[in-house]
Design a protein around this ligand. Structure first.
Ligand SMILES: Cc1cc2nc3c(=O)[nH]c(=O)nc-3n(C[C@H](O)[C@H](O)[C@H](O)COP(=O)(O)O)c2cc1C
Length: 213
């Protein structure tokens, strides 16, 4: 899909606000476009003194609050990591426009809250099936094991059957603090850092700075 906002034609007049807006618009579009490269970011967490990376599906974007959402299993390593240390980083790269963004933010795990209920109800049954797994992700097994109950293997469960998995479902909400934007081009690469200040979860101000790439 052609995006009229990318690549950004950077010149001396280019405003950092325009880069900010174009990136958040593209992130929002990626949520509903299965082919969009930015739909599959890598998320890094702190993990007992180590760092851990994994791919997730971008499930929600709030452009106004500069907030991102992905879904996970509450029993997963990443959910435990975030509960211990909420600082996360997300990496997005789209080769069709040669733009990378690296995000830093503060993540919260939502499971019992209204938000998780709403996202659970809005999600397609096929993507909720994994939450029926009897064992936590990463459990050691003696044989290959897809961790799906026999009764739902090779089919998409009914909504009522899925309810058993609801307690394993969590929404991870990330309040973005910084976005490091890098656009590659034969005519010259450009980079900028966008910083968002918050108070009580609300976005207060936005600042941007040009960086050498
Ligand atoms: C294309 C792709 C999309 C994925 N999406 C998700 C996701 O949205 N949520 C999730 O928890 N895991 C997702 N996974 C699996 C994770 O990358 C990871 O293997 C798993 O969640 C266990 O991670 P953890 O042990 O670090 O918590 C995805 C994997 C791939 C390859």
């Amino acid at each position: 899909m052609h995006d009229p906002d990318f690549p950004i034609n950077v010149n001396l007049e280019t405003a950092l606000q325009d880069i900010d807006l174009a990136c958040w618009q593209r992130l929002q579009t990626a949520v509903h476009d299965p082919g969009a490269a930015w739909r599959l970011p890598c998320v890094a967490t702190h993990s007992s003194g180590d760092c851990r990376l994994r791919t997730v599906v971008l499930r929600g974007v709030d452009k106004c609050l500069r907030r991102l959402v992905f879904h996970t299993d509450l029993r997963s390593g990443k959910a435990a990591d975030i509960q211990q240390n909420p600082d996360v980083s997300l990496l997005f790269y789209d080769p069709t426009i040669a733009v990378q963004i690296v995000i830093q933010g503060m993540a919260t795990v939502h499971t019992n809250q209204e938000l998780a209920d709403q996202l659970w109800l809005e999600s397609a049954p096929a993507s909720l099936k994994m939450y029926l797994g009897p064992l936590p992700p990463g459990s050691v097994r003696l044989r290959p094991d897809c961790n799906q109950p026999e009764s739902v293997r090779s089919r998409i469960p009914e909504r009522t059957e899925l309810n058993l998995g609801r307690s394993n479902f969590a929404a991870i909400v990330i309040d973005v603090r910084t976005m490091d934007w890098l656009q590659l081009s034969r005519d010259g690469n450009y980079r900028a850092c966008l910083t968002y200040q918050r108070e009580a979860g609300e976005l207060l101000t936005f600042e941007g700075a040009w960086l050498t790439p």
